[in-house]
Write a protein that binds this ligand. Structure first.
Ligand code: SF4
Ligand code: SF4
Ligand code: FES
Length: 384
């Protein structure tokens, strides 16, 4: 049914204003504009700029969610100003006033314009964002298997808006972290069969303390992305290929840490925190704690552990013997492991491409949100 035309309404915008060159502190500035409710927050800002104050700083170009230049925070959440309806933004505003401020984790140039060069583009450059292929070129084009392209389509949808960077919790505490957008870009080339330096790229991203193992799985980039690129998912794919397929032993103990979590949950049904550190450093077994590397780490964390015990944040019995969950629950957890581990192939979920491909033979599993890519468990370096 065609949408009924809705007349213009008044919307109040609260804009974060800041000019670092002025030496003044940031402040909030309110303007009431009048537009149809389905029009965008960007149109509202542009109207305020045209009618009330030409000095309002906002960056935009396409106004159609394609160029990625109008990334801002609206009511505290990152998004594209041109892709957010005024009525929707008002419905989520805490006091009916739409709050717009610059994206996080990047320095402000003016008002809602951030310095993308200083953070976002610098990090994208860090991952060598082009195809590395010096070999003999085909007479015409490279023929790439269709499923390989499907596999990287999701990362190719990135419009470089920086919304994921804005909300990344790891970057907030560790600004050096390569970050979600750049790592999603890295997967775009690691997953491309034409690229000849897949392993070198993976070694580089694994060994860098600010690389793939610095992500904390917080899901913020997944929620923030207006194009469903799923940056965290791409980082996890990089980790699986680097650690599980290519057996890259990283100096950050990142892969061993992941394996430890998996092993402990399989054994106890819940995380056994006291075993985490020694196994991550000393080896993924009960004997890990006797490895010199684990001993060194245990010694250095002793003050923290003692403080936690004194403040009763740690239960000594659970610390020693781990959590105990009912036997039937533990069996249910083990069954999940058996099911996953007995699969001949690993399923890579690609939530961006939807629909079914009837030509592809088994095993392609349909999932709620789209297609599943299958990866042979034993294939070294294969991404499709
Ligand atoms: S999941 Fe990882 S990359 Fe994404 S926002 Fe969280 S810490 Fe950053
Ligand atoms: S991954 Fe998504 S949120 Fe991040 S820069 Fe690309 S389009 Fe924007
Ligand atoms: S103006 Fe291009 S994405 Fe918003």
């Amino acid at each position: 049914m065609a949408e009924t035309h809705r007349p213009p309404e008044q919307f109040t915008l609260r804009l974060r204003r800041y000019d670092p060159e002025s030496g003044d502190a940031p402040y909030w500035d309110e303007h009431t504009i009048e537009l149809e409710p389905h029009r965008s927050v960007l149109e509202g800002i542009l109207q305020a700029k045209a009618k009330f104050d030409g000095s309002i700083g906002i960056r935009c170009s396409c106004r159609a969610a394609i160029c990625g230049s109008c990334g801002v925070r609206i009511n505290g959440e990152p998004g594209l100003a041109c892709h957010t309806h005024l009525d929707h933004a008002r419905a989520y505003a805490k006091d009916g006033v739409i709050e717009v401020e610059p994206m996080g984790n990047m320095p402000v140039i003016k008002d809602m314009i951030v310095d993308m060069d200083a953070v976002h583009w610098k990090k994208v450059k860090r991952v060598t964002p082009w195809l590395l292929n010096e070999g003999p070129q085909p007479e015409r084009e490279h023929i790439v298997p269709r499923e390989s392209m499907v596999d990287i389509t999701q990362t190719m949808a990135c419009i470089q808006c920086g919304a994921c960077v804005s909300d990344c919790l790891a970057m907030e505490v560790d600004p050096g972290f390569i970050g979600p957008a750049a790592l999603a870009k890295a997967y775009r080339f690691v997953g491309d069969p034409r690229d000849e330096e897949q392993r070198e790229r993976l070694i580089d991203l694994s060994q860098d303390p600010l690389g793939i193992y610095d992500c904390t799985h917080c899901f913020k980039c997944v929620q923030a992305c207006p194009k469903d690129v799923n940056p965290m998912g791409q980082i996890m794919r990089l980790r699986r290929i680097a650690g599980s397929d290519q057996k890259i032993v990283d100096q950050n103990n990142g892969h061993r840490h992941e394996e430890t979590i998996t092993t402990l949950i399989k054994g106890y049904g819940l995380l056994h925190e006291a075993e985490m550190l020694p196994r991550s450093y000393g080896g993924n077994s009960w004997f890990g704690k006797f490895h010199p590397a684990a001993g060194k780490e245990l010694l250095s964390s002793l003050p923290v552990v003692l403080r936690a015990l004194v403040k009763r944040k740690v239960n000594p019995k659970i610390a020693m013997f781990g959590h105990k969950i009912p036997r039937q629950d533990l069996n249910a957890v083990k069954k999940i492991y058996e099911k996953v581990e007995s699969r001949p192939t690993r399923y890579e979920l690609n939530l961006y491409v939807t629909g079914y491909d009837e030509d592809v033979e088994e095993p392609v599993a349909s999932v709620v949100a789209g297609n599943a890519q299958s990866v042979p468990q034993s294939t070294e370096g294969s991404t499709n």
